[in-house]
Structure formats: C-alpha cells, structure tokens
Design a protein around this ligand. Structure first.
Ligand SMILES: [Zn+2]
Length: 262
C-alpha cells in the first residue's frame, strides 16, 4: 500500500494562534506547533503501518514556511520536506492507494474555525473552481481524485472535519479541537487525539476501496478573490490566460487541476 499524507500547521491539537504558524523563523511558539503536528503525523504513519507494515508512506510538509520537525519525524516514512520550488501535483500520481490529511484547517471565512484560510491567510478571500467554493481540503481532494486516489482521512479542527465530510461523506475524521474563534479553540486531550488518529487512520486505509475518489470534471475555471487592499497583479503576471473580473477578482481556465497552483 502507498499512502500520501498532506500536512499543514494550523490544524493540530493546541495550535490556535497565528504567531504559532505564520512566522518563518523558528520561534519557540512555532517549534511547539511543529512538535504537535509531527506527533500527529507520526501517529498517522503508525496507523498505516498497523494495517500494512510494508506500506510506503509519503508525507508532504505542506505548510508554507515548513511544519514538520524533521528530527522527530517517523523513521519509517518518506518525507517530501520543506524546500523551494514545490509545485502541484507534489509527487501525487496513480501509484497511490489513498490520501490523508493531518493538521488541516477550514477554508477562509468559516465561522469559529481557528486559523482558517485558503492558501494565503494574508491575501485570499476565496477560491472557487467551476462555481464551487473550495478550501485547501477540497482543492487537494480533487487533485488526488484526478489521479484516481481517494481521500480517506482528515485530522483537524471540527470545522475542517465538517468541510471534509461535506465533500467526501464517507471520510473518516478525528477532531483535534473545537473551534471557538479565528484564534481560539477548546483543545481535546493530546494523548486521546493521537491514539484516535492512529486507530482511525488504520480504519480509513482499510476502507480505501469503499471511499470514492473526489472527482471534478474538467476543464477547470478558477475564480480567486483577494482580500481588501490586496492586489491581483501577482496572478496577472503568472499566466497570460488570467482575466481580471474586477479590482479584487480574477478568473482563468485550465485543462488539468495540477495547472491551477492548488
Ligand atoms: Zn493551509
């Protein structure tokens, strides 16, 4: 079995402040968040290995400034480490049997969802593909689905879990915390969260044949709106096909999801 693990730094237990995730330097607050994420990732890897000790588990450190503590990282998993120049599809292809999410947050604008955002917490108001409003979970679940890979598990705050179940009703989820605000959460007991992740990931990968890949038919029209006082010039400079719809909104169309920078 081969499993792709998507990771982010905003969703683990006991992470609920931007100062824990937004900084690029390794502050004590960020190091703590990385420790929490890495422990949840390691629990997920153990869950896969409980089902298939010979499994290949590939973990992508998907947080912009890096979220995995390499020194604490599971010694039996592969690591697509934080680096420069990473692009979709992040080594995803048809060889994978399942995708799982650890440390996920909800899409920008979700009420009571700690650290919710869509790709850039500083610039993006929303992403919409073929008329469907999507967060990072939705974009990457569809990206994996384009390679026939089902998304079977998510660990994150309760709003991230709800967002996942809305798109993939059969997905197995573990809530790490209850969201109370953009920088506020009631965190579940750490030991309980980690043991639940291990057991639930095992259950989810066993069910992989019963969970359909999330598939969106192409071509794909992306509409992106930036936050007030942010510029769309970055989009216009990246691709000549990008059209400006208004001061804050752009749109462009591609044939494959991997071309959408998601
Ligand atoms: Zn994110």
């Amino acid at each position: 079995m081969k499993v792709f693990v998507m990771t982010d730094l905003e969703g683990p237990c006991q992470v609920n402040r931007w100062e824990q995730t937004r900084v690029s330097e390794l502050t004590p607050a960020k190091q703590f968040a990385m420790t929490m994420l890495t422990a949840e990732v390691n629990a997920a890897v153990d869950g896969v290995l409980d089902v298939d000790p010979a499994a290949t588990v590939v973990v992508w450190d998907g947080h912009g400034s890096g979220g995995i503590d390499n020194a604490q990282f599971h010694p039996q998993a592969w690591l697509l480490a934080h680096g420069r120049g990473i692009r979709a599809p992040y080594t995803l292809d048809e060889s994978y049997d399942a995708q799982i999410f650890i440390g996920q947050h909800a899409m920008a604008g979700t009420p009571n969802a700690p650290l919710c955002h869509t790709y850039s917490s500083k610039t993006v108001e929303y992403y919409q593909i073929n008329g469907q409003r999507l967060g990072e979970f939705g974009c990457r679940a569809y990206l994996a689905g384009a390679y026939g890979v089902p998304t079977v598990f998510l660990a994150g705050d309760d709003q991230a879990s709800a967002e996942a179940r809305a798109l993939v009703p059969e997905i197995v989820t573990v809530d790490t915390k209850v969201g109370l605000g953009i920088e506020l959460a009631l965190h579940r007991p750490v030991a309980q969260v980690r043991s639940e992740i291990r057991a639930a990931v095992a259950l989810a990968v066993r069910r992989r044949h019963d969970i359909a890949p999330a598939v969106l038919a192409g071509p794909y029209t992306m509409e992106s709106r930036v936050l007030p006082d942010c510029s769309v010039d970055g989009y216009l400079g990246r691709n000549p096909a990008v059209k400006r719809l208004d001061e804050r909104t752009v749109e462009w169309t591609v044939e494959h999801l991997s071309e959408l920078w998601i």
